[in-house]
Design a protein around this ligand. Structure first.
Ligand SMILES: [Fe+2]
Length: 414
């Protein structure tokens, strides 16, 4: 078999497995939930059922290979998601959307056609379709998280948490030096990951662990904040509202909060959130000797080994977070734990272009539409971030008061 054929077969397999994953997430929804809107600032779930295929079809068939449309109305209806300011909700009704069987037959036809066409598309385009779908597997999980328990099938996995709250969290000294941000030319990445560049970072101290529910609970109890979106308060007790069940608040699991909540906690503690370069500096040194680091270009905090469940909580092994000290095998060379997985981490950095940024002609608005000073960079990855997006250069971004993301944080002293 030629190298090109091997590469195209590998891409088809990745696409098939991404399709299986998103099909699985949809299968957890009871039919009556499909027309609901679990997050007010996002489309009804039914939109996403059509969007995944419409995106692939528009990108690969129409824009790249110039294949004529067989259903222009659906291509357009399902083309784009929405991201209005929090509180600004859409006004459409369930009856404004097509029937499920119509969408499913569109999807089936798209998949059949694309399976014949995909090997004619440039490899980068196929990667874009696959990662777009995997990103939606994660956003579908956020949406599903907010669907009432009786409208989804249970797929809970047993979780175990330590009952002893962590005492003081060690702060780790990071010596001044270089951080490498961005993606190498020739490697796959989204437009905002380019160009690769280095930044000089002054010395700072960073929490070994993410801030926990237990620590945040103290902040709430002393009047510092209201309970975050993922908690339920009952009879004076706090519970974590998990994907498939509510459980007593796991005190050592990371707290999921908004950027505004994370910033308020940090400033009450006299500390800060890490900047994007500080996150890279703490995470990607290849070795540390006498406090100095060498070559901040490891692919993962733990080194070169491919992501696996012992290194962190990612890639759909769990729906919910584990304790912050559950993955010592994933520590960075500086000894910082769980920089990747178990919850994205908010940074103090507003989402913007790297020097040399160029939008891609096939998706010019992917990043550019969000360079508006109203979104912050999150790094790392959550329990439902696919392994391919754990690469060092991958960046994600959200509004500072958007409460639905699996986003945690850790503290920095400058
Ligand atoms: Fe999308």
């Amino acid at each position: 078999m030629s190298t090109a054929m091997v590469a195209s077969r590998a891409l088809q397999e990745r696409l098939d497995s991404a399709r299986k994953l998103t099909d699985y997430v949809f299968s957890l929804l009871k039919p009556e939930a499909l027309y609901s809107r679990p997050i007010p600032e996002r489309h009804r779930l039914i939109f996403y059922l059509g969007h995944l295929e419409a995106f692939d079809w528009n990108l690969i068939a129409r824009k790249t290979l110039d294949v004529p449309s067989f259903h222009p109305a659906f291509d357009k209806l399902f083309e784009f998601g929405i991201d209005p300011p929090v509180g600004q909700v859409a006004a459409d009704e369930p009856s404004d959307w097509p029937r499920v069987d119509e969408i499913r037959s569109y999807n089936q036809r798209v998949r059949g056609a694309l399976d014949q066409l995909i090997e004619q598309a440039p490899e980068e385009i196929a990667h874009v379709a696959i990662e777009h779908r995997l990103m939606h597997a994660e956003t579908l999980a956020y949406l599903l998280h907010n669907v009432p328990y009786d409208q989804k099938a249970s797929a809970s996995m047993p979780l175990s948490y330590s009952s002893q709250a962590l005492s003081a969290v060690p702060m780790i000294e990071i010596a001044p030096g270089l951080a490498t941000l961005g993606q190498k030319p020739g490697s796959f990445g989204w437009d905002n990951e380019f160009a690769e560049h280095q930044v000089q970072v002054p010395g700072f101290r960073i929490g070994k662990y993410k801030v926990t529910n237990g620590q945040y609970l103290d902040f709430v109890r002393t009047g510092g904040a209201s309970p975050p979106h993922f908690w339920t308060e009952r009879h004076g007790r706090s519970f974590y509202h998990g994907m498939f069940a509510e459980i007593p608040l796991p005190l050592n699991a990371p707290v999921y909060v908004t950027h505004a909540e994370a910033s308020a906690y940090a400033s009450a503690a006299g500390k800060s959130l890490p900047t994007e370069p500080q996150f890279h500096r703490a995470g990607y040194a290849s070795s540390v000797s006498g406090g100095a680091s060498k070559n901040n270009k490891r692919p993962f905090p733990w080194g070169h080994a491919e992501p696996s469940a012992k290194r962190g909580n990612f890639d759909f092994h769990q729906w919910d977070p584990l304790d912050v000290d559950a993955h010592p095998a994933g520590d960075s060379a500086f000894g910082v734990s769980q920089l990747v997985g178990n919850g994205w981490e908010w940074t103090a950095t507003k989402f913007g272009p790297f020097p040399g940024f160029e939008p891609r002609p096939f998706y010019p608005g992917y990043s550019q539409n969000f360079f508006d000073d109203e979104h912050y960079v999150i790094k790392g990855g959550s329990p439902v971030t696919a392994a391919c997006m754990l690469r060092r250069s991958f960046r994600n971004w959200f509004r500072p008061n958007y409460p639905y993301v699996y986003a945690s944080f850790r503290l920095v002293e400058n």
